[in-house]
Design a binder for this molecule. Structure first.
Ligand SMILES: [Fe+2]
Ligand SMILES: [Fe+2]
Length: 319
């Protein structure tokens, strides 16, 4: 096939793949346009993330060159609109990835540690918890932000290792790869939300850097050695995340922490009303943590009872 024919074909394919419709955050079908000038009133962060991907840095005025690049690759990124015709503001997530959190989930559920492995997992988390509480005390925003940088690691590590196992053994995973990657993405969105409300200092960034280096490797080795222990540890970590968000909510209710307006990213991601506040955001994040808690304890239970994860369908599609 000639090069020009291949380019034409890839263009046609991309036009098929990119979809001719999309969803509004409230669930309805909406129109899809193509990149055009963005509506005024976007934040600095939104402007940064809404550069048309085919525009090269430093060449924004060179329309001919930009067009040539689009033509060459046959990719014309779609612009997704809300139901009212305003442009979808985010490149980091799309309307069909948004959801309403299940805030009716039991936030007090606790897995009683009965055997040695459970007790080891429980006390590992308790041992890690106390220095963290001493360090942050009631600086909830900072605590939440740094907690999320850690919480987003296990899902990615577990998902990656299950992915490799699936390839090695030529077998499916029962949806667990997807479930764990979904969890990692969800945790990262918690972080993206808190970063809109807080500006970490240099030593906090340095702490994240160091903690990630240690935690990623420790969790990787733990998951290789015993996935059921690794999932149990995460189950208890998530229980503590639920508890710390409950304390955050109590302090907001008492007026000890300002109930700021919810950031735009949170309103769109969790389909919250436009006048939502930090309290609403922390409430939906706590519900997410409770879901992660249940998912990880479930994954550990499956393996503790002598089964493989793939034998039981993973709870995907929570979002
Ligand atoms: Fe989280
Ligand atoms: Fe979580």
């Amino acid at each position: 096939m000639s090069r020009s024919a291949a380019v034409k074909m890839s263009g046609l394919l991309m036009r098929q793949l990119r979809g001719e419709f999309s969803f509004s955050p409230r669930g309805g079908l909406v129109q899809v346009c193509h990149w055009s000038s963005m509506a005024s009133g976007t934040t600095k962060e939104e402007e940064k993330t809404h550069q048309p991907p085919h525009t090269l840095v430093g060449e924004t005025g060179d329309k001919a060159k930009t067009k040539a690049i689009v033509s060459y690759w046959g990719v014309d990124p779609p612009k997704i609109s809300n139901q009212d015709g305003t442009p979808w503001r985010w490149n980091c997530f799309r309307p069909w990835e948004t959801y309403s959190a299940d805030t009716s989930i039991d936030v007090k559920k606790h897995h009683l540690p009965t055997n040695f492995m459970d007790k080891f997992a429980y006390w590992t988390v308790q041992t890690l918890k106390y220095p963290t509480y001493l360090f942050f005390q009631r600086r909830h925003m900072c605590h939440a932000m740094l907690l999320e940088t850690v919480a987003a690691v296990p899902g990615m590590v577990g998902g990656m290792l299950l992915h490799c196992k699936s390839l090695r053994r030529f077998e499916q995973s029962g949806g667990w790869i997807k479930a764990l990657l979904e969890e990692a993405e969800n945790e990262r969105m918690h972080l993206m939300t808190f970063i809109e409300l807080s500006n970490p200092k240099w030593y906090e960034r340095a702490l994240v850097f160091a903690v990630q280096g240690v935690f990623f490797n420790a969790y990787f080795l733990a998951y290789l050695a015993s996935p059921k222990l690794a999932h149990r540890i995460v189950g208890y970590l998530e229980e503590e995340a639920v508890n710390s968000y409950t304390e955050f909510l109590i302090d907001i209710e008492k007026g000890e922490f300002e109930n700021l307006p919810a950031p735009a990213i949170a309103i769109d991601y969790w389909r919250l009303p436009a006048d939502s506040t930090l309290k609403d955001v922390v409430t939906v994040i706590r519900a997410d943590e409770a879901h992660h808690r249940d998912l990880n304890h479930f994954a550990s239970d499956i393996q503790c009872q002598g089964h493989e994860l793939k034998e039981f369908a993973a709870p995907i599609g929570y979002h």
